[in-house]
Write a protein that binds this ligand. Structure first.
Ligand SMILES: NC(=O)N[C@@H](CC(=O)O)C(=O)O
Length: 425
């Protein structure tokens, strides 16, 4: 095993110090360390954060290896500063059995770039009709604790209740894609002024708000844990705020794109901006940002959704929804929140690790902590070039934009996965 002496790094914005990574942990911290044989990393001007944890990543394997594989997605994650990602279940076949979740988990271990924690489907084939083998997935080598039909809503309230009841036995979580399907039939973008002008069928905010309202009541009734995926509307924030005030066991995520981009992007008719839930309004963005700061929204999750060129570079109506996120999430967080390192660590590492039960992750770099961390250059600005992405897909909405911050190095259990801004393997 290699050891690394990181020189003059600012841990979460504090005064510069040295960190020695050895045997998978932060072995020592303090100014002027010496460690013969260790690889020296000059970290002047860099900030160390606990390795980021993504609760919502689409890795596409098995089934759409042309869009992403566990390995390419893991590499994109490491380059984005992540040390763990939770892989969504909408693969082909769907991750609705112990066999498929174990396959994804093994592929993650083999790639060895981030810890890949599979999420299991709630219903068989994401069809919303019968519960999947939740217990078998929980008992498998992958030890699944989060279940989601993401991409689809668990629309049937009785099924949602049963799922919440079932996972309560092992303190599992149902992560809901909140979209009342009857209200979004044929929807192409946010329902509002822009959709009216463009003549595109709208996805009304109430389709999200109504499911969240129902689900927090169900979670409260059952006493189980609910997680709300990709919250996109101001009204949803208010529903969550009330539920949390009543003590409902609910957590919620927001994506980087919903914190930055509005539905006005649809005016370009460029399907790179087509995403589910859709980009909303400036009012929604303001409410989401405020909720992220005050904690009503617990975490930033990427919803990294790679798509092959033929599924994205076509007419808007035929394009698949979704955009890349892993390699740009920290930059968007910096842009939106500023250099609020403790808040960024809380929303992108500690809290998602805690929600997912990933006990090795989400620890600030300090002696004895697992050496899962990332080094950021906050002064760097980079212009996003889709061709440079480590993802197999190219559907980033930030092409040609100059974004703040650059990941210089990432360490997983004390081994570098990224050095000098480049993937190590
Ligand atoms: N977020 C997206 O726009 N796309 C997701 C699934 C989904 O939520 O529709 C995908 O898997 O591509």
């Amino acid at each position: 095993m290699n050891s690394y002496l990181i020189r003059n790094v600012s841990v979460l914005g504090a005064a510069p110090t040295d960190l020695l990574l050895r045997d998978g942990v932060v072995a020592e911290a303090g100014p002027g360390l010496s460690a013969p044989g260790a690889t020296v990393v000059d970290a002047d001007g860099l900030v160390a954060l606990p390795g980021l944890v993504d609760l919502h990543t689409h890795l596409r394997e098995p089934g759409r290896e042309d869009a992403e594989t566990v390995e390419t997605g893991s590499r994109a994650a490491a380059l984005g500063g992540y040390t763990a990602v939770c892989a969504m279940a909408n693969t082909s076949p769907v991750a609705d059995t112990a066999g498929v979740v174990e396959q994804v988990w093994r592929l993650g271990r083999e790639a060895g770039l981030v810890d890949v924690q599979p999420i299991g489907a709630v219903t068989v084939g994401l069809a919303g009709e019968r519960l999947a083998e939740l217990g078998a997935m929980a008992d498998s080598a992958a030890r699944v604790r989060i279940f989601s039909d993401d991409g689809h809503c668990v629309a049937d309230p009785r099924l949602m209740r049963r799922a919440l009841e079932y996972v309560k036995a092992f303190d599992g979580i149902i992560a809901q894609h909140a979209e009342e399907p009857r209200l979004t039939e044929g929807a192409q973008m946010h329902e509002g002024e822009v959709s009216t002008r463009l003549g595109l069928t709208g996805w009304p905010a109430v389709a999200e708000e109504a499911i969240i309202a129902r689900d927090v009541l169900l979670a409260e009734h059952v006493g189980s844990r609910l997680h709300v995926c990709h919250v996109s509307c101001a009204g949803s924030v208010e529903v969550l705020r009330q539920a949390k005030a009543r003590g409902v066991r609910v957590t919620a995520e927001v994506t980087p794109h919903h914190l930055l981009l509005t539905d006005a992007r649809a005016e370009t008719y460029d399907p790179v901006y087509k995403v589910n839930p859709p980009l909303r309004t400036a009012t929604d963005i303001a409410a989401l940002r405020a909720a992220l700061v005050d904690g009503v929204i617990d975490i930033i999750a990427t919803d990294h959704a790679p798509h092959a060129v033929e599924d994205k570079e076509c007419e808007w109506a035929y394009a698949r929804p979704g955009m890349l996120g892993l390699e740009t999430a920290l930059s968007i967080a910096l842009d939106v929140l500023g250099p609020e390192w403790d808040l960024i660590a809380e929303r992108m590492s500690r809290t998602p690790a805690r929600i997912a039960g990933l006990t090795e992750h989400g620890h600030d770099p300090a002696p004895g902590a697992p050496a899962n961390l990332t080094l950021v250059d906050p002064a760097a600005r980079r212009v996003i070039d889709p061709a440079e992405s480590a993802s197999r897909s190219r559907n980033t909405p930030y092409a040609r934009m100059a974004l703040p911050g650059r990941i210089v190095a990432t360490f997983l259990r004390g081994e570098a996965t990224v050095l000098d801004g480049k993937a190590v393997k």
